[in-house]
Design a protein around this ligand. Structure first.
Ligand SMILES: Cc1cc2nc3c(=O)[nH]c(=O)nc-3n(C[C@H](O)[C@H](O)[C@H](O)COP(=O)(O)OP(=O)(O)OC[C@H]3O[C@@H](n4cnc5c(N)ncnc54)[C@H](O)[C@@H]3O)c2cc1C
Length: 483
C-alpha cells in the first residue's frame, strides 16, 4: 500500500487549535471574486445567479432571510409549506432573501455534494456530552433531513435534475484507533436501541474486493447530488406557492441590522442598495454569521473555516469505482464519483475535499477568504486518491477544477438553532427579539441544515401567532439557543 500524503490521528490537535484562533475567529462579509466551483460555474447550473440584483429593492417584509444557501432557502420552502396550515400567519407571507454574492454561492455551492447521515459515528462522544436521548436525536435529525429531501425529489420527479445518486457511503478506517472508535460508536448506539441493520463492517480483504483498496471499512446508506440544483429546485417551488410572496435579491449584502421604534416592523436591514424593514430576521449566513452578530466571534461562537476541493478525473470506469461516496481519516477527506452516461466505459469526475489538517497550526480556522486556494492543500489533494487506490487514479494528473468555500464551525460541532441570544448579556434576548439563527454545521450541514431551518420556520410562525413552539422529536435539544 502507498504511503498516505496526509497526517493521521490529528482530530485532537484540531480540537485544541479551536481555542487559539487567528484574528479571534471573526468573520467578515463574503469576499468578492470567489474561486469557481464545479457546482456553480458549470454552464447553465445557476439560473438564479443574479436574480434581483438590479431594479428596486424590496423595502418591506414579514421575514428577511440573510443568505441563500440550503438553510435560507429551506426556511423559505418550509414557510411555503406551513403558512395556512392552521398557523394563523397571514397569507401570503412576505419573505425576502438577501444574498451578498450570487445565488447559493456560499458553502452550499462549494461543498463535497454528499447528503449522507453520519449514522452512529460520533455516538460515544455525543452520549458522553449530552446524554443518550440527545445522541439518538443526533442520528434522527440526519435521517429526517435525508428522508425529507428524498421525498421532495421523488414527489416532484426531480431526482435526475439534481443528479441524485443513493450510492451509499464507505468509511475507510486508516488506523487501528479508527477501527476501535467505529466499533465503540456502533456498540454504544446499538445498546441505546438504534436500528443499525444497514451498517456493515468490512475487512480489508472485503474492501479490496469491492472497492479496490485494502483498508478495513464501514458501509452505510448515503447519497450524493448537485447541492445548488437542489436549492434552486426548493427556491422555485417556494416561489410558486400562493402562501408566499417571496423575493430574492442577490449581490445585496446585509451590512447591519438596526431596531426600528416608530413602525409596525421591528428591524431595518441595511444594504448598499437601501434598507428592508421587517418583523423577523433569519440569520442563514453560516460561517459569516459573526459579521452581523459580533457576540458569535471566537471559540464559543461560529468560526469561519475554509475547506478546499478538487474535481479529478479517475483512471478507471465508473462501474469499477462503484457509486459509493467515501469519507476517511476521521472525516478530513471525503469524495464521490459523479454519475456518467455509460458506467462500463466512462471514467467519472471525482469530487474530493480535504487537506485542512495540513494547514498548521490553525486547520484553516478563522479563514474567510474563498477567493484563494492553499497550494499545500492542493498538492496533497492531488496525491491522495492515487495513494489510496493506486490502480484507479493516475499519479500526477491535474484536476479539472479546484476551489474553496467557507464553513461555520462550533466548539461542539453542532449548530445553533433558534432565537439570537448572547448568553453573556441578560438583556440580549429582548434586544434581539424577532432575530433567529440556524448556523454552525461544522462542515456537516447537508444532512442537518434543511431540518434545522424547518424548525426555525416553525418557531417564527408560532411566534407570529403567539403560540408556544413544541420541538419536533427529531431535533436535538442541545442545538437550541433557548431551552
Ligand atoms: C469545501 C466544503 C465542503 C463541504 N462538504 C460537505 C459535505 O460533503 N457534506 C456536508 O454535509 N456538508 C459539507 N459542507 C458543509 C455544508 O456545505 C454547509 O454546512 C451548508 O452548505 C451550510 O449551508 P448554509 O445555507 O447554512 O450556508 P451557506 O451555504 O454558506 O450560505 C450562506 C449564504 O449567506 C451569504 N451571506 C453571508 N453573509 C451575508 C450577508 N451579510 N448578507 C447577505 N448574504 C450573506 C453567503 O454568501 C452564502 O451564500 C462543506 C462545506 C465546504 C465549504
Amino acid at each position: 500500500m502507498s504511503v498516505l500524503p496526509v497526517p493521521l490521528g490529528v482530530a485532537a490537535d484540531e480540537q485544541a487549535a479551536f481555542s487559539v484562533l487567528p484574528n479571534g475567529g471573526r468573520a467578515s462579509l463574503p469576499v468578492l471574486g470567489p474561486t469557481k466551483s464545479f457546482w456553480i460555474n458549470s454552464p447553465g447550473a445557476n439560473p438564479l445567479a443574479s436574480e434581483g440584483s438590479g431594479g428596486p429593492l424590496t423595502s418591506d417584509a414579514d421575514v428577511c432571510i440573510v443568505g441563500s444557501g440550503i438553510t435560507g432557502v429551506s426556511a423559505a420552502y418550509h414557510f411555503s409549506q406551513l403558512v395556512g396550515e392552521g398557523t394563523g400567519a397571514q397569507k401570503p407571507l412576505k419573505v425576502v432573501i438577501l444574498e451578498a454574492r450570487d445565488f447559493c454561492s456560499g458553502a452550499t455551492g462549494r461543498n463535497g455534494g454528499h447528503l449522507t447521515p453520519h449514522s452512529c459515528f460520533d455516538f460515544v462522544k455525543l452520549e458522553a456530552t449530552f446524554g443518550r436521548d440527545e445522541a439518538l436525536r443526533g442520528m434522527a435529525i440526519e435521517e429526517h433531513t435525508a428522508r425529507s429531501i428524498i421525498d421532495i425529489l421523488q414527489r416532484d420527479g426531480a431526482e435526475k435534475a439534481v443528479d441524485f445518486v443513493p450510492g451509499g457511503r464507505t468509511i475507510l478506517l486508516f488506523t487501528e484507533d479508527e477501527v476501535h472508535a467505529a466499533k465503540a460508536d456502533y456498540d454504544a448506539a446499538l445498546a441505546a436501541g438504534a436500528d443499525l441493520s444497514n451498517v456493515t463492517f468490512l475487512t480489508a480483504e472485503e474492501t479490496k474486493a469491492r472497492y479496490g483498496t485494502s483498508y478495513p471499512a464501514v458501509h452505510t446508506p448515503g447519497n450524493n447530488l448537485w447541492p445548488l440544483k437542489l436549492v434552486t429546485h426548493l427556491f422555485q417551488h417556494a416561489q410558486s406557492s400562493p402562501n408566499l410572496n417571496l423575493t430574492l435579491h442577490t449581490r445585496t449584502p446585509a451590512t447591519s441590522i438596526q431596531p426600528i421604534s416608530d413602525s409596525a416592523r421591528r428591524w431595518q436591514v441595511e444594504t448598499p442598495r437601501g434598507s428592508v424593514s421587517c418583523t423577523y430576521v433569519l440569520h442563514a449566513s453560516n460561517g459569516y454569521s459573526s459579521a452581523l452578530l459580533p457576540h458569535l466571534r471566537g471559540p464559543n461562537g461560529i468560526v469561519p473555516t475554509r475547506g478546499q476541493i478538487i474535481a479529478l478525473k479517475a483512471d478507471a470506469t465508473a462501474a469499477r469505482l462503484t457509486t459509493s461516496g467515501y469519507i476517511a481519516n476521521e472525516g478530513f477527506e471525503y469524495w464521490f464519483p459523479r454519475p456518467v452516461e455509460d458506467p462500463e466505459k466512462d471514467a467519472p469526475l471525482v469530487i474530493l475535499g480535504g487537506g485542512r489538517e495540513l494547514v498548521r497550526p490553525h486547520f484553516e480556522f478563522g479563514e474567510v477568504d474563498d477567493s484563494k486556494i492553499d497550494p499545500k492543500v492542493g498538492e496533497v489533494l492531488r496525491k491522495f486518491l492515487p495513494s489510496v487506490f493506486p490502480e484507479m487514479y493516475e499519479e500526477g494528473r491535474e484536476p479539472e477544477m479546484e476551489w474553496t468555500g467557507i464553513m461555520g464551525f462550533t466548539k461542539s460541532g453542532d449548530p445553533f438553532v433558534g432565537p439570537v441570544i448572547d448568553s453573556s448579556d441578560p438583556e440580549s434576548a429582548r434586544a434581539h427579539k424577532g432575530q433567529y439563527i440556524s448556523a454552525g454545521y461544522s462542515g456537516h450541514g447537508m444532512p442537518r441544515a434543511f431540518a434545522c431551518a424547518e424548525a426555525v420556520a416553525q418557531m417564527i410562525l408560532s411566534d407570529m401567532e403567539g403560540k408556544e413552539w413544541t420541538p419536533p422529536e427529531w431535533l436535538p435539544r442541545h442545538y437550541l439557543t433557548q431551552r
